[in-house]
Design a protein around this ligand. Sequence first.
Ligand code: PLP
Length: 414
Amino acid sequence: LSVPEITPAIRDLIRHQFPALKGDVIFLENAGGSQVPRQVADGIHSYLTGSYVQLGATYSLSQYCTELVARAHQFISLLMNSRQGEVVLGSSTTALLQMLADCYRHRLSPGDEIILAESGHEANLGPWKKLADQGAVIKWWRVDVESQSCPLVELETLLTPKTVLVALPHTSNLLGDIVDLKTVCQMAHQVSAKVVADGVAFAPHRAMDCDGWDVDWYVYSLYKVYGPHMAALYGKRDAFAELQGPNHFFVPESDTVYKFEPGGVCHEGCAGILGLNEYMAEILSLETETLLDRQSIESAYQIMAACEQPVQQKLLDYLASNPLVRIIGPAATEKSRVGTISFVHEKLGSREIVSMVDQSSVAIRYGHMYAYHLCEALGLDPEDGVVRTSLVHYNTPAEIETLIEVFDNIPRFK
Ligand SMILES: Cc1ncc(COP(=O)(O)O)c(C=O)c1O
């Protein structure tokens, strides 16, 4: 499959799939949560109205639902490229990482070291920080204020044979950078440490590749990637094997997925997940009743990234041209970034700016974005934080033009 040139017709086709985009709101708070295509909403609706029964019984409707939930897992495994491991679904990234950290509680010995990237979202910091009461030694991988990133040379100095885990964001939900995850994994594996990467801010923009990165744990929120309010945790088989899953005693350890899904998953959400397969097929103009193959998934992501890139550049160029604005995250000229764009203003507070934007049809956000430690490291007041505009593939140049007009009309913005 070759990736077509991004024409207005492709943008129209994409937008046409999202019922919410027909309204007046301009959604530029997608890092908070994305909209869903009709295929996802329809999947949930038809499940609830046509096959809302429990799994695992012998009657045929129950068997149909059991298979549907298994297929949803299979599809997310494809999305994450996870042949070396298993994918567990849950209600949120926060909940899945909390469960994972609870499982590590039994596996750690006093003195074991955990390295935490200061740039992380609290979901991938808080649960690990709490393990200090178990005797774990928490070592911070500090943000370099100049480059606004956690430097790899710094990580090198922190890794020791006692390191058990390195927790980091693949992309910061405030900075919008893309970390070289493969290299982080290679470095950690040299001391037999495992890497737990938060892919929440990466997954809406680029194809995940857990096998390729050789990452041990990878987690993302489906509701930010055009899906229902759920999340997925990938783990390598050997990483799961070291832990005891929290589900009931009679669920065998060999049933890894169910062992780590206590109480099961949202079944109608799984039907929605399968709608995402249909959506991707639609934008690739493929007729498919089956799950997409890996190459098609990558092509769908290439289309999404190609849609997003010029739109994000337009906003970055505009912000970079205003001397009162400081972009927090990779510079406007940096190609390796996603459309999650944060900034602060020399004369106006973030809250002040967003309260003015709230009077228009544009939805954006201000604050610390739960990257509290990062804000502190960068010398920002976490309560006022940054103004964040986060776009994805369905946003258009025209929407950015409207936002620019709104910014231009804020007194003292320029
Ligand atoms: C980078 C990042 N990690 C983790 C989370 C937490 O995700 P969830 O809401 O699924 O718990 C978020 C949510 O905004 C996020 O942006």
